[in-house]
Ligand binder design. Structure first.
Ligand SMILES: Nc1ncnc2c1ncn2[C@@H]1O[C@H](COP(=O)(O)OP(=O)(O)OP(=O)(O)O)[C@@H](O)[C@H]1O
Ligand SMILES: [Mg+2]
Length: 264
């Protein structure tokens, strides 16, 4: 299993869009995927499950000690399951602050099911809350969606600096899989500038660029994701290419730890 967190403390950079479309794309390629929603806004969860049908969250597992298997819900897409969020995760964030080893609780909550999935994808909120940190602790790699907007690069450097501090303090071990340029308008100065800066930066990045399309708002409203017939074809193509790149960048784990040691 490879656990991947979508993260950025800047709001509205397409973290949730990236998480739901990546999860759907991976599942549609035949992989078993668990989407873990760590944002109290619950937009990723509600893309796949009606709010009224969400029966439990990470708080149900961590605070109420309900087995995580009972909280994970199937979706309309074969191969894709969701560990949903709800507003109560905002309360869990505070509970994690006063809990011993609070930042490790999400990793611990998922431990019983980690081996059941090929991929675990975390969506996180636009903040540095214990939920975001907890998702990064549970992840092996993270992806930062960077929107083509004026303040994007300054926000990116601040966020990467914060993550580096967490790594230095040995709170997280996750490494950056790549920066993903999102909402890139064609032939716009800011779009070209952000893509060029990402490429010129010291950080790994994805070749795929997610274009800005008016249809993206309709997709969110209609709860359509990559691979659905009503999805904008350009976005469909971009998310498919992005998912393929993600798989290509995943660490090879064939043979397990023993083989990795003997090969060294
Ligand atoms: N490729 C795109 N083209 C146009 N609009 C987009 C695109 N991707 C996302 N959006 C729109 O931008 C808004 C923010 O997207 P999204 O919710 O994915 O961002 P986010 O980073 O998860 O936000 P938050 O920080 O609140 O969690 C949404 O209304 C979405 O419809
Ligand atoms: Mg979001």
């Amino acid at each position: 299993v490879t656990a991947l967190a979508m993260a950025h403390f800047k709001g509205g950079t397409a973290k949730t869009s990236t998480a739901v479309n990546l999860s759907a794309s991976l599942a549609r390629e035949g992989r078993k995927v668990l989407l873990v929603d760590c944002d109290p806004q619950a937009n990723a969860s509600e893309t796949f499950i009606d709010e009224s049908e969400i029966t439990g969250t990470l708080r149900t597992v961590i605070r109420d000690q309900v087995p995580v298997q009972k909280v994970i819900q199937a979706t309309r897409i074969g191969g894709l399951w969701v560990l949903p969020s709800a507003f109560e995760l905002a309360i869990l964030a505070n509970e994690l602050v006063v809990s011993y080893n609070g930042v490790q609780r999400i990793e611990k909550a998922l431990r019983p099911v980690r081996g059941d999935f090929d991929d675990i994808v975390f969506d996180t909120g636009p903040n540095l809350s214990p939920l975001t940190l907890g998702a990064l602790v549970a992840a092996e790699q993270y992806i930062i969606p960077v929107s083509a907007a004026v303040w994007s690069m300054t926000a990116l450097y601040k966020f990467v600096g914060w993550i580096e501090e967490q790594r230095r303090d040995e709170v997280i071990e996750a490494t950056l899989m790549g920066l993903l340029a999102t909402m890139v308008g064609s032939r716009t100065r800011i779009g070209d500038k952000v893509v060029a800066e990402i490429r010129a930066s010291a950080y790994p990045s994805f070749d795929t660029v997610i274009p800005r399309r008016v249809g993206a708002e309709d997709a969110v409203a209609n709860k359509a994701v990559a691979g659905d017939p009503e999805m904008n074809p350009d976005l469909n193509e971009a998310y498919k290419a992005f998912a393929a790149e993600v798989v290509g960048k995943m660490p090879r784990k064939r043979g397990g730890a023993h083989r990795a040691i003997t090969e060294q």
